[in-house]
Every structure is written in structure tokens, then in C-alpha cells.
Design a protein around this ligand. Sequence first.
Ligand SMILES: C[S@@+](CC[C@H](N)C(=O)[O-])C[C@H]1O[C@@H](n2cnc3c(N)ncnc32)[C@H](O)[C@@H]1O
Length: 383
Amino acid sequence: MNYKTCSNEQTHLNHIDTINLGAYYTPKWLIEIVYSLIRKAAVNLADYYILDTSCGYGGFLRGAKAIGADIDEKAVKTAKSAAPQARILNHNSLFEVSRLKYGLDDKAKIIIVGNPPYNDVTSIIRNRIKKAEFLRDADLICRDLGISFLLSYNKLEADFVSVLHPLSYLIKRANFEALSQFKDNYRLIDALVVSSSVFSAASKTTSFPIVIALYKRTPQAMNYEYIRCFEFKSHEGLSFSIKEHDIISNYISKYPNHKVVDISETVAHFHTMRDINALKRAATFIKKENHNTIRVTKDRFPYYCYVDVFKEYIPHIPYYLGNSDIMIDDDHFRELKPLFINRSIQKHPELAGIIDLKEYSNNDNDIEIERYFQQLLGEHYVD
Ligand SMILES: C[S@@+](CC[C@H](N)C(=O)[O-])C[C@H]1O[C@@H](n2cnc3c(N)ncnc32)[C@H](O)[C@@H]1O
């Protein structure tokens, strides 16, 4: 076995092809975690075909009944020598998806393992991809390639699915809904969250949470409330659930609201705030309206000041909450409202006239604000 297959790091593609194929291969220690989750669920691996439909160099393929496939011919060549016991195929795993394509009949018991590519198929670089590589069955079409792969596992009626994917597929409601048939047939039974920075080649951008998820095919599948209540474990040993925090979208609009708020009621403009990682990169208050701004009304203005100040504290938020909505403890915030408003006005003097400052004390107390965030995040606060 050569160095490549020992470390499982992908070395044969250029930068653009790596992005287009989502070819960030999985470090071996993460592959071990995938198998430890399967073993913990008391699944006897020998009873199953182990299938990785985006297998790269075959790092996930184990046992005598292993089958791998990849669209990348060179990767397949390496996989054949790295996992000689496995059956390796070179095809597009999202096109004409069926068990037959893998030589499996209806009775075969299947565990899907792996790390499917995840990227936004509408991205600019991806437009350069060859048409044949882009073909997907109509029922698998989705903006994100990784979600298409999850839907393909459902089409194969795998008994278990143990793969890595962005945590945002589960915790963002729109993504969760896009999991359509997959969420209707599978239930998340175990999950460990790691940072995307563990993939050395992909670490240049802001880290985001990746979940190593184990799903079981069952009629008692999952709805969004199930995910909200799910106790996710982080690789660092902490637990968290979505429902543990109140979120800013319960108080203000996060997206352009030009159709519902009249310009005459608008006192300021604020940039769209998809999630915490997006806020980290984006502006907050903006002087001029554009198609990405939210109209701020006087009564909601304090909450936008809150988000403006929240942005300063993002370095204290762990990566695993990076794709979450901006959290708030509304009761505590109401007590400290003047501090947040003052802090925001200090940064954006043009906002000074919006609120009658007599209503508020002029006492900008950084320690109080810091204490607020320490309490809000509890054990998740990063020092
Ligand atoms: C994140 S890598 C994972 C590779 C390997 N499972 C690992 O983790 O080491 C994703 C792989 O999916 C492959 N891929 C992308 N689109 C595909 C498609 N439509 N059909 C099959 N494989 C595809 C890429 O070539 C790449 O090898």
C-alpha cells in the first residue's frame, strides 16, 4: 500500500476538480468513528453488504462483502489496489440508481458507509463540470449534491446509513425538508459532530460542523421536532441540542422584508443573516438599502443592535453551533437592552437619532454584555 492509501488523502486532482467532485477524502480516524457507531448499535457487520457509492480510494471499504463506486476513474484505480477484496465500480452513483447496478437483489442487507461529496451544485466553478457527470435521476435532484446522495441511499433501501455530512442538512429546516423521502424512511440513531477543519484541504474557509451520522431505516422515521430535541455529541465531549436556545428569528426578520415593511416605517437597514457563520463574514447595519438588506422598524431596532453586538462575540461560539440560528435569552436581553443599543450606536454613530436615548442609561458596560454571552452559551462558551 502506498502513502496515498495509507493516509487516505486525495492527491491526484487539481483544485477545481477537487471542488467539483467534492473530493475531500476522509482521515482514517474518522472512518474508525463511523465503524464504532455501527458496532455500538449492535449491528453484526458480517450480515451486511458494505456499500460506499462515492468511495474515492476505498478507505471505507471493509470485509469480504464490500462494494465501492466512484465517478472518478483514477480514484477507482487506486481503490482497486487498496481494497482488493472489494468489488469496485466506476459510475455515476446518482444516475439510474438501483440495487441491480451493484449486483444486489431485494433481499440483500445493506449498510451504506462513506462521505458523499457535498457542495452547492449551482456554484460558479461547478458550472465547468462535464454534462455526463451532472446527470441525476429526477427524484434525486436537489441544490446540494450531498442531499442527492442521501436520497439515493433511500432509493437503494439501505438498512443502515453511516456517513459524514454537514450538520446543516439536519438542523436547517429548509434542508431538512429537502431530505424528503430520506427523512420519511430513516431515523437518526447516533451522531458525533466534528469540525470541517479536520479535512486539511478544505480548512481555508470558516469551519462548519460535520456530523458523523448513523441512520436506521424504520417506519418510525423522524420529523424536525425529533432533530430539535436530539442530543448531538461533539467530538470534544460536549452535548447540545437545537431546542436548548431561543432564536432571533422568533423576534425579527432574518431575510429581506421589503414586501411587508413599508419604507416609511424603516429606520435602518441590516444585512441578511442566514446563520452564525454567515453573520461572521457579513456586514450588520448598512447605510443604503439593497436586495440583501432587511428593513428595520423602530420597535425591532433593539433586536438588530443585539445581532450587531452578537457578531462581536462569535469568536466565543464553538464551530458546532456555526450553522445555528443566532441565539437569544430574551428576558435577560430586555434587562440589558440599553447596553446593547449603546454599544451598537458607538460603532454606527448614524444610528444615534433612532431611539430617544433619554429612555436608556448611557452606561456602556462591557462586563455585563460579556456576562450575558457567558450565561447564554454556558459550557459552550469558548474562552
Ligand atoms: C468526499 S469524497 C469521499 C471519498 C471517500 N469515500 C473517502 O471519504 O475517503 C467524495 C467522492 O465522491 C465522488 N463523486 C462525486 N460525484 C459522484 C457521483 N455522481 N457518483 C459517484 N461518485 C461521485 C468523488 O469523485 C469523490 O471521490
